[in-house]
Design a protein around this ligand. Structure first.
Ligand SMILES: Cc1cc2nc3c(=O)[nH]c(=O)nc-3n(C[C@H](O)[C@H](O)[C@H](O)COP(=O)(O)O)c2cc1C
Length: 370
């Protein structure tokens, strides 16, 4: 049940798990899929710790790292500090934050750690270089850019170490850009996905990207949580499924238990695409926080990275003080399939069993077994 992508990275099952949680990454790799650690939230020192821990768990089995390469207009590209940027936040927006504090009676910060669940991320070229440098000190098999293409120097250094380069995209245009910059694998993500997301659905974007970049292998992302869907994206020409949401409610996940409970209870209709977190469209769980930003009296979200800088301290206060109705999390429409807490291994096994059953079902439905 392996595809060319599986053979190239050295995995048994065509399943890739994107997660910020090292336990999920290690568990999926050990279950025969490919765990990919989302590095966006980590400082270089933290990333070093996380990757060393993964190395100690996976016994040489393959895993990957996903980093965010800054693009024009998205982040603080030259790595200079963000003090000047903060001056660009209008008073009207600061006032709106104060209104939310009063409306929900949100206590001040308790001084604890920032939550990783729901924060605006600011990316810079310096962050990227540091994260890649740390990653390439480890036996990483797959290095993925979650935004635009990697700069040429990074592609060159990674390839010199036989690390495969992946590029995440939501359109044919962006897929071609990744390939032109040296990507070995494209991840075509549909708008159903959790996190930053585009406009086209998985069913539409995957075959278009497969055709546009052939023979470069493509992984399908967005809305996939069952073996039936895995069979469907393989039929579209993908060589595997890249999943993010489905791992959030696993036993290994480090997501706040309040949010795990919300996700286990949520339907697929309870996610929204909003710019209120980072300034770019992000799909997340519906909450009163995002609803407040959609109301007529709310200011328009600022461009990235200003919106993230604006809301981050408030979100920290919301999480530290457990203001539950405002606590959200990026998650995709696949949330409607996430109804019971399972181990990562059980999720992988269910996906593979479901894949086999679906293929048998299609053969029998079409009379191919007669
Ligand atoms: C909580 C969360 C955080 C995410 N953060 C990133 C990220 O930092 N980098 C990235 O490339 N993709 C990120 N994504 C998108 C995933 O890589 C993946 O493409 C997406 O989850 C696939 O769709 P699904 O959520 O329906 O499985 C994130 C997704 C979620 C749910």
């Amino acid at each position: 049940m392996t595809t060319e992508f599986c053979r190239r990275v050295g995995i048994e099952n065509p399943i890739v798990a994107f997660s910020h949680c090292r336990d999920v990454v290690a568990a999926v790799t050990k279950a025969g899929g490919l765990g990919v650690l989302g590095a966006a939230h980590f400082t270089p020192a933290q990333l070093e710790t996380e990757l060393s821990w993964i190395d100690s768990q996976v016994n040489g089995m393959p895993y990957g790292v996903d980093v965010l390469a800054p693009q024009p207009g998205v982040g603080d590209e030259d790595g200079s500090d963000t003090t000047d940027l903060a001056d660009q936040i209008p008073q009207q927006h600061r006032d709106f934050i104060e209104q939310l504090v009063e409306r929900y009676d949100i206590p001040p910060s308790t001084g604890g750690a920032e939550p990783v669940e729901f924060s605006g991320i600011i990316v810079s070229r310096r962050n990227l270089d540091e994260q890649v440098e740390v990653s390439l000190r480890h036996p990483v098999r797959f290095l993925v850019s979650g935004l635009g293409p990697f700069p040429a120097e990074i592609v060159e250094t990674a390839k010199a170490k036989s690390v495969l380069i992946g590029g995440m995209c939501g359109s044919v245009k962006h897929a071609r850009r990744h390939v032109a910059a040296g990507a070995d694998v494209i991840i075509a993500q549909g708008a159903e996905a959790g996190g930053h997301t585009g406009e086209m659905s998985t069913l539409v974007v995957v075959p278009q990207v497969v055709d546009a970049v052939a023979p470069v292998p493509v992984l399908a992302a967005g809305g996939i949580a069952t073996g039936r869907q895995l069979a469907a994206v393989l039929a579209l020409g993908a060589q595997g499924a890249w999943m993010g949401s489905t791992w959030l409610t696993t036993h290994e996940s480090d997501v706040n238990p309040i949010l795990v409970a919300k996700m286990l209870a949520a339907q697929s209709t309870q996610t929204v695409k909003t710019r209120c977190m980072t300034g770019k469209p992000v799909r997340l769980l519906h909450t009163e926080f995002e609803e407040a930003w959609a109301a007529a009296d709310a200011p328009t979200a600022l461009p990235a990275p200003l919106q993230g800088m604006l809301v981050r301290p408030l979100i920290t206060r919301i999480f530290q003080n457990k203001v539950t109705q405002l606590m959200g999390h990026p998650v995709g429409q696949a949330v409607g399939f996430m109804n019971e807490q399972q181990t990562c291994r059980a999720v992988v096994e269910d996906l593979m069993t479901g894949l086999v059953e679906s293929l048998e079902h299609v053969r029998s439905e079409l009379g191919l077994d007669d």
